[in-house]
Design a protein around this ligand. Structure first.
Ligand SMILES: [Zn+2]
Length: 421
């Protein structure tokens, strides 16, 4: 066994396999027309089994935990009980998904281990590759089922839920080959995991805009989601004079523009109204009831909290002025998570060794890494995706960019281990 050179890349062989495997996994779908692979489905089983064969071929011992995460372990240089650097991403998809979201992170991590195995190298840390069972939450409207089970923060509320076909969570898991009572066993000890690294497609346009293949993530944005219900008075579109109306839809329209203005002009702060329903919903009737969603995210918890409060106050004032009754429900709250400074440094050095200029950016989307931060220090790499398109069949990352990302991940792994040249 030779010492590792200071500069490391994945092997050409491993690089070739990333793209081939992206396509192999994308073919495992509940639908023949598009890619859909939900938690604990037959397709999830097939995906896990396929990934397990790849892991074994890369010299890893493989196990599946009670929530359905598939985990491969490549032992350290001189101990079978060394703490692990864990790398991975999720294997579930949204409905009609792209093929890179989640999968690229898992396959890049696997390529790193394959390269170590093929060149007969081991590191001072074990390397674990994990394919999380559920990140998208499509089947049971959950958040981070897989990674939260690993951190011991599994949300037991999900145990009461049924899917759209009436299948309970515990039945789904049983059909998959597991038992809900064993979920606590999926929890890992902090002392056994040295760090968690996740490579993910950016799912946004920043890297493409900067003509950059890879970027280092600085933080994962916190998010607040609200449902706003406005109650005015429905009426005839022809007979109620404009100055006598209590039009809930006009009030909602003003709310949308005020959310845009209060969530603009600060880096990392975004606000979105992505869903709205007006009732009774006829072209010749004034809308008496409107419901809409508000999603506000920021890298800073303080900034997010302050803007959410401002938006809530302004909506309340606006509705009072228009004689509209307003009810605001907080339906989701997630704190922002900072990536580890030391890992970010290792990633930046990895990028410069591979001739990629340093670029850090916040993540506006949530990722398994955000959940894993409850267990260990985290680092994330983003890889450019075409047009920033994601959660859509047009999602695309080029082979060159995928290889650049995997090389930076490999180098980061080496830098964290500080293997002497
Ligand atoms: Zn994802």
């Amino acid at each position: 066994m030779s010492l590792l050179a200071k500069k490391q890349s994945i092997t050409e062989f491993a690089a070739n396999r990333i793209m081939a495997r992206i396509n192999e996994l994308a073919a495992i779908s509940e639908s023949s027309h598009c890619l859909t692979r939900r938690f604990a489905s037959v397709e999830h089983r097939r995906a896990n089994d396929l990934v397990a064969t790849w892991m074994r071929a890369a010299g890893m011992s493989v196990r599946e935990d009670a929530i359905g995460n598939i985990v491969g372990r490549y032992e350290a240089l001189d101990s079978d009980s060394a703490p692990a650097i864990m790398m991975g991403s999720h294997l579930d998809t949204v409905i009609n998904a792209g093929r890179y979201d989640g999968m690229l992170g898992l396959l890049s991590a696997l390529a790193c281990v394959e390269s170590l195995y093929e060149s007969e190298h081991r590191l001072p840390y074990a390397v674990e590759v994990i394919g999380f069972a559920d990140e998208e939450g499509v089947r049971y409207q959950s958040t981070y089922l897989g990674s939260r089970a690993v951190t011991g923060h599994f949300d037991t509320a999900v145990l009461e839920r049924v899917d759209e076909n009436g299948v309970s969570f515990s039945d789904a898991l049983q059909n998959f080959g597991s038992d809900v009572r064993d979920i606590p066993k999926a929890q890992r000890k902090p002392e056994d995991i040295h760090a968690y690294l996740e490579l993910h497609i950016e799912q946004g346009p920043v890297l493409e805009n900067k003509d950059q293949a890879v970027g280092v993530v600085s933080s994962i944005a916190g998010a607040t989601r609200l449902i706003v219900k406005l109650t005015g008075l429905a009426g005839h579109a022809g007979t109620v004079p404009m100055n006598m109306r209590r039009d809930a839809l006009v009030a909602a329209a003003h709310c949308v523009t005020l959310i845009e203005s209060y969530c603009s002009g600060q880096q990392g702060l975004v606000g979105t109204v992505g869903w709205m329903e007006a009732k009774p919903g006829a072209g010749n009737v004034i809308a008496g009831d409107v419901e809409f969603s508000v999603d506000i995210r920021a890298a800073s918890n303080d900034l997010r909290g302050e803007r959410v409060q401002t938006v809530v106050n302004e909506i309340t004032t606006l509705c009072q002025q228009r004689n509209i009754v307003v009810e605001i429900d907080f339906v989701h709250e997630a704190e922002s998570v900072d990536c580890d400074q030391g890992i970010m440094q290792c990633m930046q050095e990895a990028m410069s060794l591979h001739g990629i200029s340093a670029l850090t950016l916040p993540s506006g989307a949530g990722h398994d890494a955000a959940a894993m931060a409850a267990l260990t220090k985290i680092g994330m790499l983003f890889v450019r995706c075409k047009g920033g398109i994601s959660h859509h069949p047009d999602e695309f990352t080029s082979r060159d960019d995928a290889v650049a990302g995997a090389n930076v991940l490999m180098q980061t792994l080496i830098n964290i281990c500080k293997v002497p040249a």
